[in-house]
Design a protein around this ligand. Structure first.
Ligand code: G6P
Length: 604
């Protein structure tokens, strides 16, 4: 899971590679490197650490018009200078950057490459030696022959100093796209890397390769059959990659939520029939009537958003719905039913486990709907039908606006399905009105930032925190705990509030705060009971609620506006983002790039 960039054309390649690596850094940031083909042959500059450090330490003489670059998130081998990409063969003529995992790397090291001396612990170095070992004269043929020996996933870019007029690229399971410029071509793992140069791109499919020259490119399969690809316009906006005066992307993206939600709703609300229109879902009313179950799949925050979405769908449609992590689902040999709708949730649309779950469902004849933010991404393309979030690119590793937009898209989906099933027009209209009011209400929550920041500062001294909630509040608690641990590194765990007394209460003390998510609903009194239990053990309590009611003895509270009960979790989740954010700021954390994490996990 890493970022790849390559350039061939008339410009100086190194600065282009460096700039693209900075844009790609959110995909992995423990090490980075470039390789260029200059007049004196192949030159590699790589090191552990951030892209900025790579640029600062770059030798002056990297002039070349062909090159490849990489930003890494370690899977095989620690983040060290030696393990950073590009990797080269023993003669130092071939350089490879790679995203993915070569599953038979150790076997290849033992067998075909037994005589080779390796300089790193990576699976990628195996590729460099394997390509060098092929008898084929043309680089593309050598790469193709090597890939036929490889098991696993890859997006790769390869250069060879003996053939400086080309970059060879290939894809199997990890995204690769070609950017088409005037007299130049680029390759990248992500359209973000290309925005300074071109918006015309070609997405490679699995088991597909390409040879790029400055003036032309051609694509073919691993079986050497030529393929016809048509360029499409990459859906990336230049302004999304500017912090617009915010200290970091996370802050910017939290504050973009009113607009993001407005965009998720735009053109999709049907007041006349009190329902929603979702262009890409490809489900006729007859299909909806025949549905007997809905299964939502995703990873990380996408999974938590899916849990909230499944709950909402079940409550509005009375169709049984649940969510499961994509990784568990794909490996437990799931029963795929024809009357189940499978919903794959992914911000990036590239998460490997989510994609693998989609492929498994489709292989077994199931129907998949993607809920995805990145247009043209693999999950979006492979799902067959879907709903885009339209939240705009999310750069910070931790997801905020896309979590909220996913919840809103689930509300639209639930409304559509519900209005075909048992949800009456009055309830439909009630939800339509509430959805339309959400952007303004989110802005109201955000206006409370300073008070939330004070609470966060107080919480930041804790080494551990609990988050609890019941039913609608529980999924909010799960995501709240996830946010806190991801960016502040404070250990945080979420529990259904009633579970507190079945274990976690043993830890509650004056040093461990509990955040209680308490919507003003039928479970209010139960939540007040939970707060008393915590108080009895001297535990500090922070309450997030929409209720104006007095709650005695608590340490802090955030009160959000009231919406319809089904949508209340969306508003209750926003202060928890700010809580995590400001706790992390108070602790001086690297907000957009939390340690050990990456935005898009394109490996298992
Ligand atoms: C990574 C990110 C999370 C994200 C998850 C799923 O773990 O750090 O923020 O929720 O992947 O990503 P996806 O792109 O599929 O939503």
């Amino acid at each position: 899971m890493c970022g790849i960039i390559g350039y061939i054309g008339g410009e100086d390649a190194a600065p282009i590679l460096f700039e693209a690596l900075q844009r790609l850094e959110y995909r992995g940031y423990d090490s980075a490197g470039v390789a260029v083909l200059g007049r004196s042959g192949l030159k590699v500059h790589k090191r552990a650490g951030r892209v900025d450090e790579l640029i600062e330490t770059a030798p002056k003489r990297l002039r070349a018009t062909v090159g490849i670059g990489h930003t890494r998130w370690a899977t095989h081998g620690e983040p060290t200078d030696a393990n950073a990409h590009p990797h080269v063969d023993a003669a130092g003529v071939i350089a490879v950057v790679h995203n993915g995992i070569i599953e038979n790397a150790s076997e290849l090291r033992r067998t075909l490459l037994a005589d080779v001396e390796f300089t790193s612990e990576t699976d990628t170095e195996v590729l460099a030696h394997l390509i060098a070992a092929q008898p084929e004269a043309e680089l593309e043929e050598a790469v193709r022959a090597a890939l036929l020996l490889v098991e696993g996933t890859y997006g790769i870019a390869v250069i060879d100093q003996r053939q400086p007029d080309r970059i060879v690229v290939a894809r199997n399971g990890s995204p690769v796209l070609i950017g088409i410029g005037k007299g130049e071509h680029l390759v990248a793992s992500d359209a973000v890397a290309l925005i300074r140069h071109t918006d015309q791109v070609v997405y490679l499919d699995d088991r597909e390769m390409a040879v790029l020259g400055a003036g032309a490119f051609r694509t073919f399969t691993l079986d050497a059959e030529a393929t016809e690809k048509r360029p499409v316009t990459a859906p990336v906006s230049k302004t999304a990659y500017d912090k617009a005066g915010h200290a970091d992307y996370m802050h910017k993206e939290i504050h973009e939520q009113p607009v993001a939600v407005e965009r998720a709703l735009r053109g999709r609300v049907d007041r006349r029939f009190a329902t929603s229109h979702l262009g890409g879902i490809d489900l006729s009313p007859q299909d909806v009537l025949a549905l007997r179950r809905i299964k939502v799949l995703g990873c990380g925050s996408a999974f938590y958003a899916g849990l909230a979405g499944a709950h909402l769908i079940e409550s509005l449609t009375r169709i049984p719905a649940d969510a499961e992590t994509a990784s568990e689902f794909r490996y437990r040999n799931p029963v795929i039913e024809r009357d189940t709708l499978y919903v794959a949730v992914s911000q990036s649309g590239e998460t490997f486990d989510t994609l693998a779950a989609v492929q498994e469902i489709k292989r077994k004849g199931g129907r998949v709907l993607g809920v995805v933010n990145t247009p043209g991404s693999t999950v979006a393309r492979e799902s067959g039908s879907g709903v885009y979030l339209h939240a705009g690119p999310e750069v910070s590793v931790t997801s905020t606006k896309t979590f909220t937009s996913t919840a809103v898209v689930f509300a639209l989906l639930a409304l559509y399905l519900g209005r075909i099933r048992d949800l009456g027009p009055a309830d439909g209209a009630r939800l339509v009105r509430a959805l339309e009011a959400l952007p303004g209400q989110i802005a109201e929550v955000l206006a409370d930032e300073e008070a939330i920041a004070d609470t966060a500062k107080a919480m930041s001294v804790a080494s551990s925190a609990f988050y609890v909630g019941r039913v609608r509040g529980f999924h909010v608690a799960l995501e709240g705990a996830q946010k806190l641990k991801e960016i502040s590194y404070i250990h945080a765990e979420a529990y259904p509030a009633a579970e507190l007394k079945h274990g976690p209460l043993a830890l509650v003390s004056k040093d461990i705060p509990t955040v209680v998510v308490a919507p003003d609903d039928e479970l209010w009194d139960k939540n007040m009971g939970t707060i008393s239990e915590i108080h009895a053990r001297s535990g500090p309590v922070v309450v997030v609620t929409n209720s104006p009611k007095r709650i005695p003895g608590i340490d802090a509270r955030v009160t959000v506006p009231t919406t319809e009960p089904e949508l209340q979790p969306i508003l209750l989740g926003i202060p928890l983002q700010l809580l995590a954010y400001h706790a992390a700021v108070a602790l001086g954390r690297d907000i957009d790039k939390p340690r050990n994490l990456a935005k898009s996990v394109t490996v298992e």
